[in-house]
Write a protein that binds this ligand. Sequence first.
Ligand code: NAG
Ligand code: NAG
Ligand code: NAG
Ligand code: NAG
Ligand code: NAG
Ligand code: NAG
Length: 940
Amino acid sequence: MAAPENACIMKEHESLWIFLCILIQLVQGKDSECISSNKCSCYKSNEFEYQCPPGKFKIVLHVIPRQYVKIDCYDLPEYDLSIFPDVDVGDLEYFQMRFCPLPNNSFNPTLDKFNISNIKYMQLEEIRTTTIKTVTKELFNGLSKLEKLSFSLFRIELEDDFLENLPNLIQLYLDNNEIHQLENNMFYYTPRLRILHLSRNLISHQLHLWRNELTSLSKYSFTGLRQLKSLELSSNKINSLDEDTFAELIELVNISLRSNNLNVITSNIFKRNIALEGVRIGNNPNLNLSDYVFANLTNLTNVNIDNSNLESLPQHIFEGSFNILDISIKNNSIKELPENIFKNLEKLKKLNLNGNKISSLPNAIFSSLRSLEELYIGDNNLTEINEKLFKNTANLRILNLRYNNIATIHLNAFIGLRKLLTLDLSYNQYDLKYGDNVEGLNPFSYCEELQRLNLSHNAIDMFPESFMDNKVNLRYFDLDYNKINDLRVASLIKVSTYEVIVYLNNNNISVLDFRDIKIYPIFNPNNYDALHNNDSSTVLYMSQNPISCDCFNFDLIQYVNDKLDPVIKTLVDIRLGNLHCSTPEAFDQILVRDLKPRHITCPLENMGCPKQCGCDFRPYDNCAVVDCSYRNLTNAPVINMTINNVKQVEVNLEGNELENAPYTGLGYDNVTNLFLSNNHIKKLSWIPPKIKVLRLDRNQLTFIESKVLNSLNESTTLQNLTLYQNPWSCGCSTVGLQNYLRNHYKKVNPNEVKCEDDKLLIDRKELCKSHWTIALAIATPILLVVCATAIAVALYFYYQEEIKVWLYAKNLCLWFVTEEELDKDKTYDIFISYSHKDEEFVIQNLLPVLEAGPNPFKICIHVRDWVPGEFIATQVTNSVLDSRRTLVILSESFLESVWGKMEFRTAHTQAINEGRARVIVVKYGQLNEEKLDNELKNVP
Ligand SMILES: *[C@@H]1O[C@H](CO)[C@@H](O)[C@H](O)[C@H]1NC(C)=O
Ligand SMILES: *[C@@H]1O[C@H](CO)[C@@H](O)[C@H](O)[C@H]1NC(C)=O
Ligand SMILES: *[C@@H]1O[C@H](CO)[C@@H](O)[C@H](O)[C@H]1NC(C)=O
Ligand SMILES: *[C@@H]1O[C@H](CO)[C@@H](O)[C@H](O)[C@H]1NC(C)=O
Ligand SMILES: *[C@@H]1O[C@H](CO)[C@@H](O)[C@H](O)[C@H]1NC(C)=O
Ligand SMILES: *[C@@H]1O[C@H](CO)[C@@H](O)[C@H](O)[C@H]1NC(C)=O
């Protein structure tokens, strides 16, 4: 036993370290030492990890004492025990070494160093060869308890007797090396060997070691190998085997010879291997099997002869091996099989014949296979299935017939397959048709248990509705890539209690008919139970079909948008995937699931559509749509269509050159939706009485006539009106519109209706105020002037005289008033004012002169013309006022007369007021100048 020399390295002046070190050793005990030294550093986790030398990675050891040692080497040129750490690990289950060179002689010193006496399993991977070129028996000295040895990625030779020191070896894995040859007595010392793996080597010779043993060697070799149970020789280059190659391996259970280059396999090769259960000879491209190869191997259960270009199989190849459960002969080139090849294989459960060239099979070939559960004949060249082939395979669960050319299946072909669960008939030419009776009859009716039926990639052109009724257990029904045209959704409702997935992708379905299913939930209230049973619906996948996105599929679009009775969805769950519209052109490449019911239309033909327009029926709102948008129209077309049974009429005139909105008499009376956006409309004189949606945005409207506004106001049908992007004048003419906006902001978005100056009409306060003020500002003075004038005129006419007189008096506007005019109302021309003492002179001399002549003056004199009884003062004033002139006979006596003076004064005052000479003074007799009043003096 190697002492842990460096466990505690004493260093001067480090007494504390020594103390701690001892303490640690005491506490930890020996087994759990993880002490770093100058040789290796040790890290402890759930295992010890030694890195040697410290800091470098020449070797790394992972250790759990009494469990394992794993050594990884890094660039270690030769095996050098001195750099290994000193650890005591005891006996081991597992010893692993990777990327290391081999020890020079033996593992013995290594075992000693680590105090190992027994190892059970040693694994040596990727040995780095430097000096050692061969593995000798000495290498394994001291490993007599080893039971399992695994080498891989070696490039070394094995000496013939390299196993001599491993008497207890049970499993030997030599896969993935470069072993060229196995020597004759190599396994002589390993009598307990059960498993020998030699796959992926370079063995290219005949494997004839056993035969040689038999003939030339002792019975040791016989006994040494007779317990071998598993022999793995795959992926070598073995090309031929002698007849008795495996003759000694009488306990051999599994043998694999896959991926070699085997040629002829003779009849007796496994004759002695009566314990054989599994034989794998696949992947030998030149294989040629003799008859009876697998015969009489009563323990044989699995035979695999895949991928070996076999063109035929001999008739008795499995004879007497009646316990075979699984035979795979797939991917060969077999064209036909003997009728009796599977005879008596009554226990056979699985038979794989996929990938051959079988074009027909003998009627009775499967007749013994009562236990057969899985049968694969896919990827062959079968053209028909007759009624006899599967008559006796009553336990068949899976039948695979995909990738054949099957066009005909006898109606009773599957009559015996009552337990069939899965049937794959995909990639054939089958059309499900039987004479005239297309629907209802099918060969699957007997397969009561059928759960999965794959009929994809066939030639079926009609959905087999009866299947949904017959197949109570059906859960998966694949009809992808057929030619199915139309589909009644109701026919997808099935009776079973399981969810059925129906695939109808890549068919020719253009219309999904919902008619029946729409009434289904109604007349069959029991189906409401489906609501509570989520398992019981049919799921339909149907992408890649030429779906018409028109009225015929309106129900589908409604379904997609959850607009149908929700019960329908619980009955049939349609998954559209990327299904897109194939018609109409406008919807090309549009996903059906993105369509809304309102998008769906059908052309209205021969209904009198205006010739410039397109007319459609839109089931969504039961609407006839007349589309005249963007047609460069300058006038709204006359609508004269015979449309019955529609609730609405939509006329789209968007994007034309209209200047006038449609008016009454053009046949728009029944229009409910009228789109006039983006025209040049300036005038709107009428709206259709049943209008619901009216779009007038992007036009040239400046106001709306009050008549039209009234109609809008009174309309009980109108729901939506667009008015934006019009140059609304926002003056008095739009007051009505503003009120309308305020009252109907739900129908018209008032935040879009802007004035020419880009402000919102609705925000304008007292639209008309500014104008009134302006008007008032202008009107008031005018009015005032008019009033003033009127008053002036009235006054003038009333006070004409006075004014004229006044004007005259003030010397104003003399051009305006002539004296004649002023005096035209006067009764007298002259009032003669005189003293009664001068009466004689006046009456006798003056009066006759004045009152004679061609133009006599009218004279007023008090003695003759005054009215008796009046006050003299009044008479004087009246006479003065009624006369154009006052003639004063100024005499001594006049000056003395009180009345004379008064008359004079009155006339004078009058004359002064009027501003003109009214008083004519005639001096009569001698006058005393001093006596003259100031007034009299002033008279001109
Ligand atoms: C065949 O298998 C049975 C059951 O596993 C076994 O008892 C019998 O020993 C086997 N036959 C041979 C020859 O190994
Ligand atoms: C298989 O066994 C039967 C009966 O034991 C025998 O008659 C037949 O010859 C055997 N076949 C071969 C190839 O050994
Ligand atoms: C399959 O059979 C048809 C005739 O039935 C034949 O023409 C064709 O060559 C066959 N194909 C193969 C791969 O054997
Ligand atoms: C409308 O007029 C424009 C320009 O003249 C022209 O390009 C366009 O094709 C016309 N459209 C129709 C539908 O006639
Ligand atoms: C409207 O159409 C009918 C026939 O469809 C026709 O007889 C009638 O003259 C048309 N009226 C107008 C105004 O075009
Ligand atoms: C409007 O509809 C009524 C009733 O459907 C019909 O009698 C009338 O002729 C229609 N008017 C126009 C202009 O189409």
